[in-house]
Write a protein that binds this ligand. Structure first.
Ligand code: HGY
Ligand code: MN
Ligand code: MN
Length: 416
């Protein structure tokens, strides 16, 4: 059903206040957040979010991966819900808006429906997906991946952080292991509002990103085995230097990604040396290569070239080389009808907009495997994200939430 009417607006001040209140939980050291998944800070953020949902009259369901589903009833008990959400967990040095804008923007849409006395045919379910970031427990989008049938729950429960703690044990510890079977819920559609986490929208002067696709990803975990040795007394020709092999593989990742431009990225964000002592050559080096592209063939070609060249580098140095894919999703095409709803909402509201391919991965990528799904994006300052300096404006947040609100209503169908 077509919707119109100037009154279909959200309360940007209320949304901004909620963002700032959530940002107080798990503060970082430089103005951002460290609210990593299944930590006490995550539990505190979940409790605050639940209290707001209680105030908005939503009923809560939690599945056995810890994902929170907050329901606003529709008029048709047989109609599948429209799901709208993102994630409240952050990177260790994360920003205040990555994920959080999507969860609280969805809550603001519901709050505005309440204010305006809007009834919808389809129920609305606001979602806080557990462990989207994959910073503490790889891979990213773990809970939505189990929901979409990509990972087993046993695999997910066994994922370990750097201290050897498992997802399953930490979920129990913080008291957020629900009783719903993961993936039992069926979605009519899924929308996600997110900051762009890149520089395009701001550079182009656009308020809204109409997200048509998301680039695909490989996370390749390399385990290199050298020989621990004294950094002072071991002659150069006697060294089996896993650190040297890692350095050459990192350079290779850079070369392969640059050669695959446009539409390719590659880098490494995490590595561990063992024994990680200043005067011991590492016996073991473990690091994860993150490569991405919207083009399937290019993505898989980069993986193949990096693995082949890494093996040759390790052979030359005499270092053992093992590789495990610890994260992956193919490039995603979002649902054209939902994408059209986002574009139409932006036009109705008078917001400038452009088509966008998401550089970052999102829970919407897995939701798209089980339901029609799409995303709405707003700019972020200088494209900075996964950095405590991440910043957006209240106007950008309001515009994004307003477009989300109208697109969701288009799909959920207002009942007069
Ligand atoms: O890795 C990503 O793209 C997302 O931030 N989890
Ligand atoms: Mn995110
Ligand atoms: Mn993120």
């Amino acid at each position: 059903m077509a919707i119109s009417g100037e009154n279909l607006r959200i309360d940007g001040d209320r949304l901004w206040d909620s963002l700032m209140d959530m940002a107080k939980i798990g503060p970082g050291v430089a103005g951002g957040n460290n609210r990593q998944t299944l930590t006490d800070e995550d539990a505190e953020g979940r409790a605050l979010f639940k209290s707001w949902c209680d105030d908005a009259g939503l009923s809560m369901g939690v599945d056995t991966m810890g994902t929170m589903f907050m329901t606003r009833e529709g008029t048709d008990p047989d109609a599948l819900p429209v799901y709208v959400g993102s994630h409240l967990d952050t990177q260790p040095t994360g920003g205040k808006y990555d994920g959080v804008l999507g969860v609280l923007g969805a809550l603001e849409a519901v709050r505005s429906m309440n204010d305006l006395g809007i009834r919808t045919k389809h129920p609305i379910v606001v979602v806080n997906w557990a462990n989207e970031e994959g910073a503490r427990f790889a891979p990213a989008m773990l809970a939505s991946g189990v929901f979409a049938g990509v990972h087993s729950q046993d695999y997910a429960y066994g994922r370990k952080d750097l201290e050897g703690k498992t997802y399953g044990a930490e979920l129990e510890r913080i008291g957020w292991k629900g009783d719903e079977e993961v993936g039992a819920r069926k979605m009519h559609a899924y929308y996600e509002l997110h900051i762009e986490q890149g520089p395009i929208l701001e550079a182009e002067g656009k308020d809204i990103g109409v997200v048509t696709h998301c680039q695909g990803l490989w996370w390749l975990e390399f385990t290199l085995t050298g020989r621990e040795a004294h950094t002072g007394s071991t002659p150069m020709e006697m060294r089996v230097n896993a650190g040297l092999a890692m350095a050459r593989i990192l350079e290779t990742v850079q070369e392969v990604a640059m050669a695959a431009l446009p539409g390719a990225v590659g880098g490494v964000g995490q590595m561990q040396f063992s024994p990680n002592s200043r005067n011991v050559l590492p016996g073991t080096v473990v690091f994860t290569v993150d490569i991405r592209s919207p083009d399937q063939a290019k993505l898989d070609g980069m993986r193949a070239e990096i693995e082949t060249r890494a093996a040759a580098i390790c052979d030359e140095i005499g270092v053992g080389c093992a590789v495990e894919a610890v994260g992956h999703f193919d490039p995603v095409t979002f649902d054209p009808e939902l994408v059209g709803n986002v574009r139409k909402a932006a036009e109705e509201l008078g917001y400038s907009h452009m088509n966008l391919i998401s550089g970052a991965g999102h829970d919407a990528c897995w939701a798209a495997k089980v339901a029609p799904a799409t995303m709405v994006m707003c700019p972020c300052v200088k494209g900075i994200s996964h950095n405590e300096a991440e910043e957006i404006s209240k106007d950008w947040a309001t515009a994004g939430a307003e477009v989300l609100f109208r697109a969701v209503l288009e799909t959920a169908e207002i009942v007069e």
